[in-house]
Design a protein around this ligand. Structure first.
Ligand code: PMP
Length: 292
């Protein structure tokens, strides 16, 4: 594998960062996870724009333009023949001292890894997933705003630990008001009748790019889409619940806190949206080498 590191493609074994990088020492940096489908990079501009927003929010100046970043993603995918894969873009604060001060870090490190990802086993998409609601509260937006896709995922990891310890793979996190925010690495949706509900950004969540695509696709299919504050009641009483994310795509949820959701099987509307999403993803995106 060839990894992009600060403008160059280097062999995986040479792709190293310093132990003094504040990305490592403090989780000081930002990242994106991007998919390629069918020789195209899916929603590349949107991911790059969110990366730069995250960076701006932590006062990190990425030393190349958004256009150059997009070109670097395409180059790295082509070099690794990542036609149906997963790309991780990471920008760290760079090398500094053992103190917190980010301003002593003069050179942010830009890393692009083009590989593969399979978050969940295939059968989970057919049978649906059991999840819990976590006790760990999602970060308060005035502390570390969940809109920032930062290298510090401990808030989410603590909830993930709760999930795994409870024998499931995902957890829904509530915000400081007790409202549903999101899952540890995915957004959450509920369907009641013809209405599709998802928490608003003000609930404190990462505004998922998959979430946006699903909202658009649902609207095109005549569903009423509502961004509104949700509680566990809305999840427990929903006909269908599903999670969305770049790596996970659309995952049906059939149990929450051991309660059966809807029929206990992946719902019809969830599966319809999932099919529509797959179709859309195969057709859209920035072309890679050999894309027809
Ligand atoms: N929430 C969190 C906390 C995430 O890390 C992610 C990305 N894995 C998402 C939601 C989904 O965002 P996207 O659809 O842009 O991948």
């Amino acid at each position: 594998m060839k990894v992009y590191l600060n403008g160059k493609l280097v062999p995986q074994s040479k792709a190293c960062v310093s132990v003094f990088d504040h990305g490592l020492l403090y989780g000081d940096g930002v990242f994106e996870g991007i998919r390629t489908y069918n020789r195209r990079v899916f929603m590349l501009d949107e991911h790059v724009a969110r990366l730069y927003r995250s960076a701006r929010a932590i006062a990190l100046d990425i030393p190349i333009s958004q256009a150059a970043m997009s070109a670097a993603v395409v180059m790295t995918c082509n070099a690794n023949r990542t036609w149906d894969g997963y790309v991780r873009v990471v920008v760290t604060r760079g090398v500094g001292t053992l103190g917190l001060n980010p301003y002593v870090c003069k050179k942010p490190q830009i890393i692009i890894i083009a590989g593969r990802i399979q978050l969940y086993p295939h059968e989970l998409y057919e049978k649906g997933m059991s999840i819990i609601t976590a006790g760990t509260v999602r970060n308060h937006p005035e502390a570390v705003n969940p809109c920032i896709k930062s290298l510090n995922y401990l808030n989410n990891i603590l909830a993930k630990i709760e999930a795994i310890n409870a024998g499931v793979m995902e957890a829904i996190m509530l915000n400081h008001n007790g409202h549903v925010a999101e899952a540890t690495g995915d957004n959450v949706f509920a369907i009641q009748g013809d209405r599709l509900m998802t928490p608003p950004p003000s609930a404190g969540l990462l505004e998922g790019i998959t979430r946006d695509v699903v909202i658009t696709l649902a609207g095109q299919r005549g569903m009423t889409v509502m961004e509104r504050d949700m509680t566990r009641y809305d999840l427990y009483t929903a006909d269908e619940v599903f999670l969305t994310g770049t790596a996970a795509e659309i995952v049906p949820v059939v149990r929450i806190d051991r309660r059966v959701i809807g029929t206990g099987k992946p719902g019809r509307k969830t599966l319809e949206l999932s099919t529509a999403f797959k179709e859309f993803a195969r057709q859209q995106g920035t072309p890679l080498r050999g894309c027809t």
